[in-house]
Design a protein around this ligand. Structure first.
Ligand SMILES: NC(=O)c1ccc[n+]([C@@H]2O[C@H](COP(=O)([O-])OP(=O)(O)OC[C@H]3O[C@@H](n4cnc5c(N)ncnc54)[C@H](OP(=O)(O)O)[C@@H]3O)[C@@H](O)[C@H]2O)c1
Length: 251
């Protein structure tokens, strides 16, 4: 008798919690909004904007030109690139929406993260950069004439040998590779490292970074990319269409 009561009340509690969760998601969905209807003020610039989810909703529009905060730099964007991540947000994939992208409408209406450009102005606490410096980095809304980035984490000085276009491919993919190898893998010189997906956006950086860390690098890719991965410095390349590295005796 007692057990029946417990099961009954547990069932009712679960149903109530589920109902509340559905109501909360429903309310959050309809309250989800963005800044698209706001009246523009001050200086304007052009940017790629999407007020609703969907690639068809991408437009080049006037938006407010950003002003750098004390710890930021204002960059005139010379080149910008897209990552798979940008596509996930524009298309409004549910994971992206639930991760804070905005349930019904995109919260952040601006496209792109990676950029290369020239410093136009610096905030009053910024000492690492000065106007005219050539930089690259990663900051939301990089497909625009200008972007503001935190000086200590979202911008690097661009070597003269790297073009703006090349610099604008580095941010997200290379920092993903660096975080994997350095922060999580703790790769040390002399260690053996296998890069699965060595010919991809992240993998091409991972091969080069692992080599620069002094590792012995094996890259995995398909036949047509074997030469590319070798050219990036891999000591050995496994063509996954011919060989299964999980069955290889080497580790
Ligand atoms: N790109 C970014 O900025 C970024 C940032 C964070 C996380 N990620 C994540 O990192 C992963 C890789 O992203 P990515 O942008 O580098 O992708 P990508 O450019 O599409 O590259 C995919 C890689 O996987 C390889 N591959 C495909 N099938 C394979 C198989 N059966 N066995 C071994 N390798 C295979 C491809 O080799 P072939 O082309 O030679 O077939 C290619 O090297 C994804 O999970 C992505 O979500 C990416």
């Amino acid at each position: 008798m007692k057990l029946k009561k417990i099961i009954k009340w547990s069932g009712i509690t679960v149903l109530v919690v589920l109902l509340l969760a559905v109501i909360m998601i429903f309310v959050a969905y309809w309250r989800s909004t963005n800044d698209c209807s706001r009246t523009l003020q001050g200086q304007l610039m052009k940017a790629v904007v999407y007020c609703e989810y969907g690639v068809v909703n991408l437009k080049v529009e006037d938006v407010e030109k950003p002003t750098p905060a004390d710890d930021q730099i204002l960059i005139r964007v010379r080149a910008a690139s897209l990552n798979p991540l940008d596509g996930h947000f524009v298309r409004g994939m549910w994971l992206a929406r639930l991760m804070g992208g905005g349930l019904r409408k995109p919260k952040n209406t601006r496209l792109g993260v990676d950029y290369g450009g020239t410093v136009e102005a610096v905030g009053k606490n910024v000492t690492q950069f000065k106007p005219g410096d050539e930089v690259f980095g990663a900051r939301n809304g990089s497909l625009a004439q200008y972007v503001c980035a935190k000086a200590d984490r979202a911008a690097c000085l661009k070597p003269a040998t790297v073009t703006f276009e090349e610099g604008a491919t580095i941010g997200v993919a290379a920092s993903t590779a660096l975080q994997g190898l350095r922060n999580h893998g703790h790769v040390q010189a002399g260690q053996k490292v296998l890069i699965n997906g060595a010919s991809g956006g992240v993998g091409t950086f991972a091969v080069q970074i692992a080599k620069a860390m002094g590792a012995e690098v094996t890259g995995v890719c398909r036949t047509r990319n074997v030469d590319l991965v070798k050219s990036l410095g891999a000591d050995r390349v496994i063509d996954y269409t011919k060989e299964d590295f999980t069955k290889d005796a080497q580790r």
